[in-house]
Write a protein that binds this ligand. Structure first.
Ligand SMILES: Cc1cc2nc3c(=O)[nH]c(=O)nc-3n(C[C@H](O)[C@H](O)[C@H](O)COP(=O)(O)OP(=O)(O)OC[C@H]3O[C@@H](n4cnc5c(N)ncnc54)[C@H](O)[C@@H]3O)c2cc1C
Length: 513
């Protein structure tokens, strides 16, 4: 396994559980990739450096059926704050996404009664579609043609195809009427890091609404890094081996088969049965010596990146923020600040032209619902803003603190008690810092590239490639492949393909935790 992010570890854990002799090679000294927790500011303040909210992983049988014993044997525990998330307007209006859909609708009714009804109708429409989509999310993707043709055979399926092709903004506009409700839902789905008008993104609203009411959002007790620790425990429990500081320089081949890897130290490691990469497909032309040809490289290079990146601030606070929007907002796992619809859409235009924005940050104070993350009475703040991957003026290293100051001002304006003197320490990471942190995130994109329909489901990363790279025994898992970005444990499906190619019965492998 080249790369020890949570997806590489997930796949390795399934392969080890099947009895294969597995070795994980992680380039950094630390495992987990984007799923790590550090005392980044001060001792005792535990910050999730990147991923904090674990969403779709809760629909993954790895967690829902505890297939690897992560929950029952390896100490993984999730906290589910309620509401999972609130979207808050500058004037204090908000929508709180509770586990209970009716409670959520009540908060929508305070803005628009008709849209509260529309939300319940949308939830009713989307829930059966989630039933259909969810198993497919954690299984190898069906060929796109077969999927579309199957959907096309029923009226509901045709509606689904329409939505898959639309932009999420258009789906919001089709179902809801009040500009604030449209803005709130649009703001939420923009977490995809794709601008609202972009086509081929409509399916996400359809999935996210029923999902949040069925599973909520999970946050790992003590921090995201505990998921990495649990996966490592599962691998070693089954005899798997893990090496850190082992940077894979290139892949080795023997005829039409992958045969191993070469590390940057020159050391060669042979793999008898399979080599799996938890890397970005864009790293591979170089790492395979362009073995798959100029046409393959061209197809990889043209994969469309996301629209923007993230400016992430980790802060140690001397006290808990008191939010003007009140308890519902303050107790939420995450708060997403939004702007009225025209301003919201203009913010995404700015990003497109390399201009920083500060008006729509995401805010989490994890120590409120998980006291292990800060010393008694103190708090950790995770403050994120969308940010252009490259600035039109200046560069990230010289401008990130100044740009983040304005994001911090927006945060303070949402509270009655926050100001710079409540900050004990802070660390700010720009998209450029993300690119430096992880060799699989060139351009600072932790999702590798956008998830528009033309590079999603069976077309991710390339049409109907699935997890198999074009050499025998060679596989790719992680955000470059289905189901894409985020903490999903999606590499379970990649592991299934590897095992089935090797003649294993996956159902038997996952049979007992
Ligand atoms: C600021 C920020 C906030 C985020 N917040 C969230 C969130 O709240 N929720 C969410 O779901 N997602 C979030 N994400 C995204 C999430 O972190 C990623 O989608 C996730 O980490 C991808 O997991 P992965 O295991 O596939 O890959 P990665 O985490 O990218 O791991 C890949 C691993 O491969 C290693 N590697 C790379 N090249 C080599 C090489 N040549 N040799 C050996 N090893 C190599 C890397 O060091 C890394 O450890 C966030 C990302 C960022 C940057």
């Amino acid at each position: 396994m080249a790369g020890g992010g949570h997806n590489g570890l997930t796949a390795a854990a399934y392969l080890a559980k099947a009895g294969l002799d597995v070795e994980v090679l992680e380039g950094k000294e630390e495992l987990g990739g984007g799923v790590v927790t550090h005392e980044a500011t001060l001792p005792g303040f535990r910050h999730d450096l990147h991923a904090i909210a674990h969403i779709f992983i809760h629909g993954n049988p790895m967690i829902s059926d505890d297939e690897l014993g992560l929950l029952s044997r390896h100490g993984l525990r999730y906290v589910h704050p309620d509401p999972s998330m609130s979207v808050v307007f500058p004037d204090g209006d908000f929508i709180a996404f509770h586990r209970d859909v009716h409670k959520t609708a009540e908060t929508i009714a305070a803005i628009s009664r008709p849209d509260a009804e529309n939300y319940l109708r949308f939830h009713e429409f989307a829930s059966p579609l989630l039933d259909m989509l969810l198993p497919a999310f954690f299984a190898p993707p069906a060929p796109m043609g077969a999927l579309l043709s199957q959907l096309d055979s029923t009226e509901t399926g045709q509606e689904m195809i329409r939505v898959l092709m639309m932009s999420y903004l258009d789906v919001c506009r089709e179902w809801f009427e009040h500009p604030k409700v449209i803005a709130a839902l649009t703001r939420w789905v923009s977490e995809l890091l794709i601008a609202p008008e972009e086509g081929g993104t409509g399916a996400f609203l359809l999935m996210m609404v029923p999902f949040i009411h069925r599973y909520g959002m999970g946050y790992v007790e003590t921090g995201s890094g505990a998921l990495t620790d649990a996966l490592v425990a599962s691998i070693t429990e089954h005899g798997g081996r893990i090496r850190t500081g082992a940077v894979v320089r290139r892949f080795l081949f023997d005829g039409d088969r992958v045969s191993g890897v070469e590390l940057t130290t020159g050391e060669e490691l042979r793999a008898e049965r399979a080599v799996v990469a938890n890397l970005n497909i864009k790293q591979l032309p170089e790492m395979t010596g362009d073995r798959f040809g100029a046409d393959w490289r061209r197809k990889v290079e043209r994969i469309k990146p996301v629209g923007f990146g993230l400016l992430a601030g980790h802060l140690a606070l001397s006290e808990a923020p008191v939010f003007t929007a009140g308890e519902h907002a303050g107790a939420a796992g995450f708060q997403e600040i939004t702007a009225p619809l025209p301003d919201l859409l203009r913010a995404f235009d700015k990003l497109k032209y390399g201009e920083p924005i500060h008006s729509i940050p995401s805010i989490a104070v994890p120590s409120v619902w998980d006291p292990t993350r800060a010393p008694d009475g103190k708090h950790t703040l995770y403050l994120l803003s969308y940010a252009p991957t490259e600035l039109a003026e200046g560069d990230w290293d010289s401008r990130k603190e100044e740009i983040f100051d304005r994001v911090f001002d927006t945060f303070c304006a949402q509270t009655t008690n926050m100001s710079a003197d409540k900050v004990l320490a802070r660390v700010v990471h720009s998209p450029l810092d993300s690119a430096r942190f992880n060799a699989a995130w060139p351009g600072g994109d932790p999702g590798h590239f956008g998830c528009q329909l033309f590079q999603f489901l069976g077309y991710r990363p390339l049409p109907n490639m699935g997890y198999r790279l074009p050499a025998k025994g060679f596989y790719l898992v992680g955000p470059s492949t289905h189901p894409g970005q985020g903490v999903t444990g999606g590499a379970r499906a990649g592991a299934r393909v590897v095992l089935e190619d090797l003649g294993y019965d996956f159902a038997k492998v996952v049979g007992t935790p």
